[in-house]
Design a protein around this ligand. Structure first.
Ligand code: B1M
Length: 235
């Protein structure tokens, strides 16, 4: 059977998810949108559609990009298909009647245009009840500082996917220190080439391996801050 003959709605769940990995690989935006809707109609929870179908599919794309099997134009198509799927899930993941638990400004650093992971973190944070101000990609230090001043967030999140752009996170943190505002907020960093050691070395509060860890870490650190109370003077 050729790909044209496949009726997505007739595939059982496991084959449909497999087909989504293939469609993501081939950058087939409309097929991805249709499959996301089918899984939702079958009562899949949005988080499972996101992680099992989309993120896993993008992991396969990433491996073949690394190995020189896929190239930038193809990966761009995959990224577009991924984003189309994510945009259906976004409102569902953000659907929470809970009061806002905190505010986060997030952006990808200067020189870096990768935004899928950052968008995922934004979606999951919104879903967990945070208000998120997303600065997009390629952000110079000034953009972060202006957003901090304007929005007074509890958290600053930075994303970098390139070994050449990750050091820029330190530029931002150092600028915050210079302005005397570093300790006013929690700084979380993430992105595939980072690790915990790097996060510590640049003076971030935490490195977040993935979006779920970002949510957990954000909740814990915001809680800790709120419970800290006023600092008592020595009696
Ligand atoms: Co690029 N790219 N890319 N790319 N790309 C990588 C990152 C690379 C690892 C591929 C490879 O060679 N294996 C490699 C970097 C090598 C390195 O520096 N170590 C690379 C390269 C080299 C490049 C170019 C230089 C290629 C070229 O032009 N020759 C170029 C650079 C452009 C630039 O930024 N200036 C480039 C371009 C592109 C595309 C435009 C084609 C496209 C981006 C499209 C887009 O984002 N809109 C693209 C893509 C898609 C990738 C891969 C294949 C996939 C990234 C992705 O979306 N992953 C990637 C390979 C890989 O990572 N395996 C690759 C899925 C996403 C869900 O995961 O982003 O890791 P991730 O996010 C996770 C966590 O990291 C974490 O949570 C997220 C969700 O769980 N996280 C955070 C991320 N940000 C966070 C922020 C937080 C917390 C957690 O704040 C609190």
């Amino acid at each position: 059977m050729s790909d044209d003959d496949i009726v997505l709605a007739e595939l059982p769940d496991d084959e449909l998810v497999q087909q989504m990995h293939d469609d993501l690989y081939d950058g087939l935006k409309e097929e991805i949108e249709e499959s996301v809707r089918i899984l939702l109609d079958r009562k899949w929870v949005p988080y499972d559609v996101l992680t099992k179908a989309l993120v896993e599919g993008m992991r396969i794309v990433g491996d073949d990009f690394r190995d020189g099997i896929l190239f930038v134009p193809e990966v761009l198509l995959s990224a577009n298909a991924m984003k189309a799927g994510m945009s259906i899930l976004r409102p569902l993941l953000a659907e929470t009647g809970a009061p806002k638990v905190g505010k986060m400004v997030i952006g990808t650093v200067k020189g870096d245009i990768h935004d899928i992971g950052k968008n995922l973190v934004s979606m999951m944070m919104e879903g967990a009840g945070f208000e998120v101000i997303d600065l997009g990609i390629n952000n110079p230090v000034e953009a972060y500082l202006e957003a901090i001043e304007e929005h007074e967030p509890d958290i600053l999140g930075m994303s970098a996917l390139l070994t050449t752009t990750m050091p820029y996170m330190k530029v931002v943190i150092d600028a915050m220190k210079e302005k005397g505002i570093r300790d006013d907020l929690i700084v979380l960093v993430g992105g595939a080439p980072l690790n915990e050691e790097f996060g510590k070395a640049i003076g971030a509060d935490a490195y977040c391996r993935d979006a779920a860890v970002a949510v957990e870490t954000a909740k814990q650190l915001v809680d800790r801050r709120h419970n800290r109370g006023p600092v008592m003077a020595d009696a």
